[in-house]
Design a binder for this molecule. Structure first.
Ligand SMILES: NCCCN[C@H]1CC[C@H](N)CC1
Length: 285
């Protein structure tokens, strides 16, 4: 290990490790579930680490939070009830709250320390918790979903860490079945679905499970996040049987000028209403 540098060494990506230069360690703690660390990096802003794995950096978190949220929410007309599993840093909540049609946002995060640390060190990410439509449940997402009445949600977003540790069950078939039950007909789910360069076997298993469970459409999308292993992260985008869902052509574009869209959350940085990222033709670049 190089002094003054953090290296993301893990058996989940053997033989490689992304490193970030550390200016100052800001927090170190151990919750009931995992080790939590925050440090100021030299070039990516503040960084959140769980059990030695990079969860987000201030510089590139927008790419992940915006894509995992707007790909599903822009694919169905007028989403009203949304559930977030995981996502304790609040970034997905910030993005969900840009959608004026949404009336209710439930979030179930297992580790309260992640919420508290994000509010203290990442206020521009944790701003999502301030939206009055948000109800925070601290608990296990698997148990939460078992208790949800059938057809409750228009969309479920599973913003998880990796399948080693607290999030392991969120990658298994029974969990996907409980998500399908909690969605209305034609409802959509997006989940954190790892890297095509590192985890093809995990992705193949997830896609096979989703094809059995979600009788609408089953898609895999990806985006670039330089501080995630291999620089790319993917998402499962699935819909239950019902009104067809086309994830490639938004039916519910975000109006980037919508007052609700930008107010306390700051402007969209990565995704745009054409469902692309980094459209340099738009006025914002
Ligand atoms: N909301 C924070 C994102 C959590 N997702 C990450 C995806 C890549 C993983 N190696 C670590 C968690």
């Amino acid at each position: 290990v190089i002094p003054g540098w953090f290296s993301e060494i893990s058996p989940m990506w053997p033989g490689e490790a992304h490193s970030l230069k550390v200016e100052k360690i800001l927090f170190q703690g151990k919750s009931d579930y995992q080790n939590v660390m925050v440090f100021q990096s030299s070039t990516y802003g503040k960084v959140l680490i769980l059990d030695g794995v990079i969860q987000l950096t201030e510089r590139d978190e927008c790419a992940y939070q915006e894509m995992i949220t707007h790909l599903p929410l822009c694919s169905i007309p007028n989403p009203k009830k949304v559930l977030v599993i995981g996502g304790g840093d609040g970034g997905v909540l910030r993005e969900v709250s840009r959608h004026s049609s949404v009336e209710k946002i439930d979030i179930c995060e297992i580790d309260k320390m992640v919420v508290d640390v994000s509010k203290q060190f990442f206020p521009d990410v944790a701003v999502g918790f301030e939206d009055p439509r948000v109800t925070l449940h601290i608990g296990d997402g698997v148990a939460f979903l078992k208790a949800v009445p059938e057809g409750t949600y228009d969309a479920v977003i599973v913003d998880s860490s990796d399948p080693i540790g607290p999030a392991q069950e969120l990658f298994e078939k029974p969990f996907f079945e409980s998500v399908a039950k909690a969605l209305r007909p034609g409802g959509v789910v997006s989940t954190q679905a790892e890297s095509i360069w590192l985890h093809m076997h995990i992705i193949e298993d997830i896609v096979a499970n989703c094809r059995q469970i979600f009788k609408g459409s089953v898609n895999y999308a990806w985006t670039t996040v330089p501080t995630y292993p291999s620089g790319v992260i993917g998402f499962m985008l699935c819909s239950t049987e019902g009104p067809p869902v086309d994830f490639k052509h938004p039916v519910n574009p975000i109006d980037a000028d919508d007052s609700n869209c930008n107010s306390s959350k700051g402007p969209l940085k990565f995704y745009n209403s054409e469902g692309n990222a980094f459209d340099f033709s738009s006025s914002r670049f």
